[in-house]
Design a protein around this ligand. Structure first.
Ligand code: C2E
Ligand code: MG
Ligand code: MG
Ligand code: MG
Length: 289
């Protein structure tokens, strides 16, 4: 077509960087509007334990449907929010929303830990620990029902300060995990010092299982490290039976992935996990129930 013919020849455009900047500024503006207009929602992805066959937790994942752009994936807007600093406001909304939902479930006798993603910039805010304490207290949620998913990047700026914060959070009683483990910079020495309860094996390593020898080796190593340090290990992005069985043989018993369920809105989550119309989500021999 006419558009394509431009590809090989001349094109009128500004340097790509500037175009991207403008797009990012527009997206940032739209995000600020979305928070004001309450357009963000949380979805919850079940986490399953193969040993018990039960749903043992839920990861809260932000969703945004913009009237013009449609559904904007977090992979697109979270990096922009991190760049502009707006992630701090978004993160605070997510924390509050997730804790409120976990408390609503707990009140119904459904004591399910809910995991929240925390950005490095959010974690670095001086008042972050106080804010977590305050949100938990206001909602009346037992801290053990909140898990904070941190990335290795929280260490990049000031590891000593990060350690102090992690200790304060651990004393508060919240559960701490390292998300996307293996993709960042953390050393095993840090892992030993930090009051972390859980490692989340990054989806990029699970993807190549069982055939990719490097992925297989990395996953086995992470499970061994977790075991040596007394940590729980959960695999994310588990999509196939072959991946699940490899992970299980490697000693990983906790799973999160499309093989079991995508992230669901709260009502669907409740119906699927606890509902009566459909059988509760339980693992049967070798698959989702
Ligand atoms: P993450 O924290 O590692 O979350 C897991 C992502 O993998 C989610 O994508 C989830 O939907 C997706 N996923 C789960 N199982 C599978 C699977 O079997 N196959 C595939 N292909 N994907 C799977 P999502 O919701 O698009 O979020 C992407 C990333 O955006 C998250 O990665 C996290 O880094 C960030 N994010 C999402 N929600 C929040 C939030 O509330 N706060 C912050 N700071 N970041 C968030
Ligand atoms: Mg996560
Ligand atoms: Mg992850
Ligand atoms: Mg990830």
């Amino acid at each position: 077509g006419v558009k394509d013919s431009g590809r090989a020849g001349f094109r009128f455009h500004q340097p790509r960087k500037d175009v991207d900047l403008l797009a990012r500024m527009r997206l940032d503006h739209a995000m600020r509007q979305a928070l004001l207009e309450r357009r963000f929602r949380l979805h919850f992805q079940p986490q399953l334990d193969l040993a018990s066959g039960q749903v043992i937790g839920a990861e809260a994942l932000i969703r945004w449907r913009d009237p013009v752009r449609g559904e904007v994936p977090p992979g697109e807007f979270i990096p922009v929010a991190e760049e502009s600093g707006f992630i701090v406001a978004i993160g605070d909304w997510v924390l509050h929303e997730a804790v409120t939902q976990a408390q609503a479930w707990a009140r119904q006798g459904r004591r399910l830990p809910v995991a929240v993603n925390v950005s490095a910039l959010q974690f670095q805010q001086a008042q972050f620990v106080d804010r977590v304490r305050q949100v938990l207290q206001t909602a009346g949620l037992p801290p053990a029902l909140l898990e904070l998913e941190l990335t290795e990047s929280i260490l990049l700026r000031d590891a000593d300060e990060a350690l102090r914060r992690l200790q304060a959070l651990a004393e508060l009683g919240v559960c701490l995990s390292i998300d996307d483990f293996g993709t960042g910079y953390s050393s095993l020495a840090y892992l030993k010092r930090f009051p972390i309860q859980r490692l989340k094996i990054d989806r990029s390593f699970v993807q190549g299982l069982p055939d990719d020898a490097s992925d297989a080796g990395i996953v086995r190593a992470v499970v061994q490290v977790g075991r040596a340090l007394g940590l729980q290990v959960i695999a994310e992005g588990v999509e196939s039976e072959a991946q699940r069985s490899f992970l299980q043989e490697a000693g990983c018993h906790e799973f999160q992935g499309y093989l079991f369920s995508a992230a669901l809105d709260a009502a669907t989550f409740e119906a699927r996990v606890w509902g009566v119309e459909r059988p509760p989500m339980r693992l049967v021999q070798g698959g989702a129930g």
